[in-house]
Design a protein around this ligand. Structure first.
Ligand code: UD1
Length: 343
């Protein structure tokens, strides 16, 4: 039987690479498009080591409409697309808004045009809990009103969801699922793939790992005067392999016509909030490392607390996060050690 072919854009990136592994483990034929602007070609070796299969790979920018069109001519049997390719640094998006709007929205529009012209079944889209801003009620459900985005990055996710909704409403043959991720962390158990931040990481867990391994001197905790039990911000940290598995379920749902509506949206989180101190305590416990940190001023743009209501994803997708926070932080640490020392 012919394998079902899935295009994974941004497939050498952090969540993309973990999703490629899960797709290949389930027998899908994967082709990756990535321009390697924020990832490394060596990720393909990691994927191959884990799955025994080297995914097809093409390097180009999806904002390039000609190249994208030609790609779909060459790969004329793609059934569905998982679209990860996008810029994702919140701070950078504030500095360079047009680059974010151009890159994240142009590439999406090009993908949608090709879905239409190639009769592709549908799209799974990487969205973010950033669309909620600071929600009025927690845990936050998919029906919560979207607040004005805190950053151009968050705004690209809000606008992208609207573009998809408008497209789907006039293309009855196509379906889409937007997955709103909370805070993805951790790495594959094998430690052959994980997060590869370029330069100084802005996210908490990569910064913790790099501090513990000695690349950074000290972790700054951005504020301990929030209205939370220990004063630090609360997030819903979700294991990246759990997250990747939800993408496989979503793409199968599209392929098997199981959608309840042509455009569905799901939160992907654990449903539990953890504070910055809780993350540090868990990291120190499972790794035996003592972390050098100090509390500094709040970071501009941080929201106080957010965590997901996961009922919809639990009920409709039959998905829930399985890997504990402790295991997840250990996997991130094992990946960091592999990366630096190949151990
Ligand atoms: C942000 C975005 C999220 C995006 C993610 C990926 C928002 C609301 N969230 O998540 O959509 O997917 O980035 O880039 O825009 N912290 C420290 N010290 C550090 C780093 C972080 O104390 O050195 C704290 C932060 O203040 C925050 C928590 O750790 O409370 C998590 O921060 P981070 O990992 O950067 O993720 P978010 O800002 O939640």
């Amino acid at each position: 039987m012919n394998k079902i072919k899935i295009l994974v854009t941004g497939g050498t990136g952090y969540i993309g690479s973990h999703t490629v592994v899960e797709l290949q483990n389930k027998g899908f034929d994967v082709v990756i498009v990535d321009n390697l602007s924020n990832s490394n070609i060596e990720v393909l070796e990691g994927i191959t080591k884990i799955t025994g299969v080297r995914p097809a790979f093409e390097q180009f920018n999806l904002c390039d409409t000609e190249k994208t069109k030609n790609f779909f001519k060459k790969h004329d049997n793609i059934v569905a697309i998982i679209h990860f390719a996008a810029f994702k640094a919140v701070g950078e998006s504030v500095e360079k808004p047009l680059i974010y709007y151009r890159n994240n929205l142009d590439s999406l529009i090009t993908i949608l045009e090709n879905i239409q012209s190639n009769s592709i079944k549908g799209l799974v889209f990487s969205s973010s809990c950033a669309v909620y801003g600071q929600p009025d009620e927690l845990p936050v459900t998919e029906n919560a009103p979207l607040k004005k985005a805190f950053s151009p990055y968050g705004n690209t996710k809000q606008i992208a969801e609207e573009i998809i909704a408008d497209f789907i409403s006039v293309n009855a043959g196509s379906r889409a699922i937007a997955l709103r991720y909370f805070n993805p962390i951790g790495a594959h158990n094998s430690a052959f793939i994980g997060e590869l931040p370029l330069g100084v990481p802005s996210n908490l867990v990569p910064f913790i790992n790099q501090t513990a391994i000695g690349i950074r001197e000290q972790l700054s905790i951005f504020g301990n005067d929030y209205n939370t039990p220990d004063g630090t911000c609360i997030r819903d940290y979700i294991n990246v392999v759990d997250l990747a598995k939800a993408h496989v379920i979503a793409v199968e749902r599209i392929i098997e016509n199981k959608n309840k509506s042509n455009f569905e949206i799901f939160n992907l989180g654990t449903g539990n909030g953890a504070s910055v101190f809780e993350i540090i305590n868990s990291f120190e416990k499972v790794t035996g490392q003592k972390l050098n940190y100090k509390v500094v001023e709040r970071r501009a743009g941080d929201i106080e607390k957010v965590f997901a209501d996961t009922k919809l994803a639990n009920d409709e997708l039959g998905w829930k996060s399985e890997i504990s926070l402790d295991e997840t932080l250990l996997s991130a640490w094992n990946w960091e050690k592999f990366l630096r020392f190949k151990i």
